[in-house]
Ligand binder design. Sequence first.
Ligand code: ADP
Ligand code: MG
Length: 708
Amino acid sequence: MVSLPILQFEEKIVQTVQDNPVVVIIGETGSGKSTQLSQIFHRHGYSKSGVIAVTQPRRVAAVSVARRVAQELNVNLGEEVGYAIRFEDRTSPKTKIKYLTDGVLLRESLSNPELSDYSMIILDEAHERSLNTDILLGLMKRLVKLRPSNLRVLITSATLDGNKVSDFFMNCPVLTVPGKLYPVEILYSNERPTSYIESSLRTAIDIHVHEPEGDVLIFMTGQDDIEKLVDKLRDKVQSLEEGSCMDAIVLPLHGSLPPEMQVRVFTPPPQNCRRFIVATNIAETSLTVDGVVYVIDSGYVKQRQYNPTSGMYSLDVVQISKVQADQRAGRAGRTRPGKCYRLYPSKVYQDELLDVTIPEIQRSSLAGSVLYLKSLDLSDIDILKFDFLDPPSSDTLEDALKQLHLIDAIDTSGSITNVGKIMAELPLEPALSRTLLEANEYGCLSQALTIAAMLSAETSLLPGRSKHSEKKRKPPPDLPDGSGLGDHIQLLQIYEYWHQIDYHIGWLKDNDLQVRGMLFVRDVRKQLSQIIQKIAKGNLDVQEAESERERRRDYKNLRKALCAGYASQLAERMTLHNGYRTIGFKSQLVQVHPSSMLRTDDDGMFPDFVVYHELISTSRPYMRNVCAIKVSWVIPIMKKLENLNVNRLSGGSDQVTDGEQRKSSSLLQQKNLAIEQDDRESKIQAARERFLARKAEREQSLGRKAKK
Ligand code: ADP
Ligand code: MG
């Protein structure tokens, strides 16, 4: 193995880390940060006094890098070298080097705030600026003060603005590892292609036919497009005249690929064979594939963005930033001079691309993170003023506080409640944790666990469930039909049936259900029930026996629990059509997602009220995964909306202290609040009236039908 750049600076790095509690290390992608730093410090005895932790924003990277390091050290994965990602822990008491997602480390710090198991924490891929890494940065700042003598923190990154982080950590040293990057020739398109799949295909084949050997890395935005391009590329390569060019293999690379497919990109190709690797931005910095000489860059990336005003997520294809474009190009110059084909004009690069990517913290819902920070119980933390490298917008923070209050995780003065504390311990989003706790009270925890597991599965479980599919999902035919009550209940019934027939794999296949996904759900469910058994009062076995009764009751308790958990995600149907209006801080018109299994009643209408799992904006705002609920459960929640004071919720003081300005703005706020309150009162009233009107109408029409 050629010595990786980082190894040439081993002594310097070790010395600097010895002398400083926090060090930033900047090095080219592929220079060995992720795989070598942990080993360097392992060699220098840092793993004697504790475990060396290396965080990764992506699950795939944690697994892949751990596997690689175990291989290099010639040990079994899970022993000296292991990894931990949500719902999968492959470590043992022997583990000295532990790769984990940033989310898992955050969770660990809940039960062990000083993270005393670790002698060193390496926050890797910090330039990705994932939400969890950003929060960890803030926490590390406190932690190094608490453990100045026995903890070392390293922050590593390919492209991060080292000085900014250094400023944040009181001018800590920044080490730059010079990488030897070969020149990369950049070729721009004259104009934007109408289809970047077709354009990538043409460019790839052009390279294959005309350019000397070397692998081709193609950046696409997501799994769907990757699969399309892989198919087209395979067809095209096959149709080339035999002997006209070298052999070719086409490989996909993205986060939802099964592990055995992922590792294929790391096996060297046979002689005289060109590889085409079609990847998401995972290949930008997280995973380095050797042998790449040509890069095709679509210029786009898929990004989830959250709009706190509407409470809506959208999965948008957006332009990459200049930093990302340069990263992508750099992938071509690792082993020798390469070429990067940008499928956009240089003018776009110059004028349109942002300089840097917007950090996730500024485009996510923060309900989970804020609950987390609240549960740390650090008395001096006012969430609205937490020490962030880049603070989120106050809208987003306020949105999170309100959501948390509605589901009882924080009280009116912003203190975390007992319910909130338990919620924070569950590795689930707040709405689902809350649902579980409520279900436990009602004796239907077992079923709520199944729903939580089904919703947590990252892969698509059902036919037509792919992100873009607008096809209606279909429940398997041999199930009780729960679709009148919505997706949650239907998902539950699918799982329960599968459980009844002893997890029969053939049945999954016959019904087009994803085998890998369903096995994952079963595993997640088991883990969740282990975690919650410790805190729950109820006896799960008894509850499982309850399930038939609950079914006969139309899942009333279960749906009530969902209503409590998703109190900030309610919607009311319009009187005359099947559109809905969300209930909450900002009401808006939304539709049931076309893929939903929710069915209309005999009159062709959807239920009056639903909770939704998420709001997603594609061509228009849609609710994905909905469950029918009752108006009587909704009224108390609407009442709760009345008395909200965000300043108090943040944990800061709501007292008017000094200065005229504060006073007047606070007065203004009070006035606004009063107006909002009026507004809400009348909304509640209106909702009641609409409901009653509908009910009367319904009864009349039923009466008519009965008469006929
Ligand atoms: P960095 O974190 O600085 O981007 P890495 O430590 O991830 O760099 O990678 C260093 C080298 O190890 C690269 O040349 C990469 O190709 C190689 N490598 C990493 N993971 C694997 C793997 N699973 N199999 C084979 N080679 C790998
Ligand atoms: Mg890395």
